[in-house]
Design a binder for this molecule. Structure first.
Ligand code: IPE
Length: 271
């Protein structure tokens, strides 16, 4: 007699809320060397997303650019838009193609999850937090992924760099049911009192407090740590759990979601 087996994927018992997560470009790439990915870190973060998805969370991943974006964008001044007399269009195409390469590495690491990818160049016009673009497309249940990108801008700028941190703000504030917004970075456990070796972690931060950070303006075409802090602080006015953590320890992301605390900086609402 032929036996019949029924294979079932056990569906999560209930919807556990939406998590918006940034994977900083300096975390998933080596920022000093053009287009070099940190494969191990990408895989560890992807495995963390798989666990959160099994727990019943909807997730939006926003990844940065690191050496897949900043180096060439800086060289051709793409963040400044169309500059008279400077041939930038090949660089626009090249940076978009490099970002696609990084994006595909992230997507591969997330297999076999079914994910929906949204390249900003396909739905965003203009840069900064007030970019034009409908983010309803991220509302469908499941895992969505997007990234910092070269986007079209109104004339005369014509193009510019949209930071993933601005996407983080709009997604966190405008999507329903966002329970957690987590910025995963590298280099420090969170916000530090000073940028040197005497710096101490600030576990709870609000925008009446100071902190110390370093922004390599000669490399970064977006705002580095200062932009992240500004965006995280705005998001904290709307979302309960907003964190900056060291993404080299993805277990800390799991701890935030499972226990509500970890080693890192939590942003508090000032209202
Ligand atoms: C920058 O995006 C995008 C490009 C340079 C093309 P982000 O601002 O989100 O990138 P990271 O996290 O600083 O690398």
């Amino acid at each position: 007699m032929k036996r019949r087996y029924r294979f079932e994927r056990v569906p999560p018992t209930r919807f556990m809320g939406r998590i918006i997560m940034k994977w900083g470009g300096g975390l998933i790439s080596d920022k000093t060397s053009l287009c070099s990915a940190e494969f191990g870190r990408i895989q560890e973060l992807a495995d963390c997303v798989k666990s959160l998805s099994l727990m019943g969370h909807d997730i939006v991943i926003v990844h940065g650019a690191g050496s897949f974006g900043h180096i060439r964008a800086r060289k051709f001044r793409l963040n400044e838009g169309d500059i008279d007399g400077l041939d930038q269009l090949d660089a626009v195409d090249q940076v978009r193609s490099d970002m696609d390469d990084l994006h595909n590495l992230v997507i591969d690491a997330l297999e076999p999850l079914s994910i929906t990818s949204h390249a900003p160049r396909d739905f965003v016009v203009n840069t900064g937090p007030n970019f034009k673009g409908n983010i309803d497309r991220f509302q469908l249940p499941g895992i969505h992924i997007t990234f910092g990108d070269v986007v079209d801008c109104d004339s005369p700028k014509n193009f510019g760099i949209l930071s993933g941190d601005d996407l983080m703000l709009r997604l966190s504030v405008e999507l329903p049911d966002v329970t957690h917004t987590i910025f995963a970075m590298s280099g420090a456990p969170g916000l530090m009192t000073t940028a040197d070796e005497n710096g101490e972690l600030i576990p709870l931060w609000d925008d009446t407090m100071t902190y110390s950070g370093h922004h390599s303006e000669d490399v970064d075409v977006t705002g580095g740590i200062f932009l992240k802090v500004e965006r995280a602080s705005s998001i904290a006015q709307y979302v309960g759990q907003v964190w900056l953590v060291d993404g080299r320890h993805p277990s800390r992301i799991m701890e935030i979601v499972e226990n509500g605390h970890t080693v890192g900086t939590r942003f508090c609402s000032t209202s």
